[in-house]
Design a protein around this ligand. Structure first.
Ligand code: FAD
Length: 313
């Protein structure tokens, strides 16, 4: 029987929806119990949010000033200690989880299962490889703790309605001194978060400059959408790299994805594989993006985007 411990992702006292997506993944292999672990300096508010996720049995909190910032090297030894008695330790396949979970796996002496997109059983998982071109089935030894990251775009968030108990957990492990928090640099934006937005508008190399990229922001604001970009747009310095969508950027699953001046390279497409409706605007009618787009507009983006925005009223 599987006892699952999910590591809560949170920032500024707010639980990230990636945690509820991990719960859905654990439910898919019919876990006997699903607990959530919140590590923070003051975990109460986040724990209260986690307790409301349907399907969560217990929320465990580890309060420690050292946990004020999510440093993988600081959190991992505590998680490895808290994991005793659990068959599975899961985290989201976000920047947070991709940084943290390999450290946990190393401390537990197991290989990590990355990017779980489907489950065939408690020890058999599916994950995309080759930029999403193939799906591989991975089986882990039945006698080892499973440490895995969950591909959040592949799982809907578990709903609310839970009423889990919250318990504080004492973990006594030596924390490393070689890694310390210096500073968090974070883009400030009132726009919906790229990874959880239901609508996303992305721009590519075709925009040509950060100044020209403003028409993407403007359209997105009219639609109430998050903003993303191709790697070419990021590499060219039009936008910051936390906006990159794709294999080496963010994997997203919005209901609506609008790709503007993006060719549709496989590494970009892997980031939007689970999107609902895909709309593409490109002046090249043979661009690969049109092979996967539900709606395509062939033409110059500098004409079409302002027209589209005007049509939205
Ligand atoms: P281009 O391929 O240059 O396409 C620009 C498009 O704009 C063209 O189709 C063109 O027809 C169109 N266009 C030009 N002018 C106009 C106009 N005025 N109006 C309308 N359309 C116009 N890429 C990612 O996006 N995300 C990743 O995470 C990523 N990871 C990678 C990882 C690896 C290991 C590698 C090797 C590559 C990765 N890439 C990634 C890069 C990827 O291969 C492509 O180079 C990149 O996605 C291209 O970006 P683009 O579509 O903006 O540019």
């Amino acid at each position: 029987m599987s006892k699952v411990l999910i590591i809560a992702e949170h920032l500024g006292g707010k639980l990230n929806s990636s945690t509820a997506r991990c719960v859905t993944c654990a439910q898919a292999f019919k876990a006997e119990s699903i607990d959530v672990l919140v590590l923070a300096d003051a975990p109460e508010a986040v724990a209260a949010q986690a307790a409301k996720i349907a399907g969560v049995g217990k929320v465990l909190t580890v309060a420690n000033p050292a946990n004020a910032h999510a440093l993988a090297q600081v959190l991992a030894p505590q998680i490895a200690e808290a994991a005793k008695g659990y068959s599975h330790v899961l985290g989201p396949s976000t920047t947070f989880g991709k940084d943290l979970m390999p450290c946990v796996a190393a401390l537990l002496g197991v290989a990590q299962v990355s990017d779980i997109s489907a489950v065939d059983g408690a020890h058999t998982f599916k994950r995309p490889i080759y930029a999403g071109n193939a799906i591989i089935t991975v089986t882990t030894p039945g006698d080892q703790t499973v440490v895995g990251t969950v591909r959040t775009a592949s799982w809907p968030a578990a709903g609310e309605g839970g009423n889990a108990s919250v318990e504080s957990l004492a973990v006594s492990v030596a924390l490393p001194t070689h890694t310390r928090f210096v500073e968090l640099q974070q883009g400030k934006s009132d726009r919906p978060d790229l990874q959880s937005a239901s609508k996303v508008v992305s721009g590519g190399r075709a925009l040509g400059s950060s100044d020209a990229f403003k028409i993407i922001y403007s359209l997105a604001d009219k639609m109430g959408a998050g903003v993303g970009a191709s790697r070419a747009a990021v590499d060219a310095g039009y936008v910051p790299n936390d906006m990159q969508v794709g294999q080496t950027g963010k994997i997203i699953a919005p209901e609506l994805y609008v790709a503007i001046g993006i060719s549709g390279a496989i590494q970009h497409l892997t980031g939007i594989k689970d999107a609902g409706t895909i709309v593409a605007i490109n002046k090249d009618g043979d661009a690969p993006i049109f092979e996967i787009a539900d709606i395509g507009l062939v033409g110059d983006l500098f004409t079409l985007v302002p027209e589209l925005e005007a049509a939205l009223g």
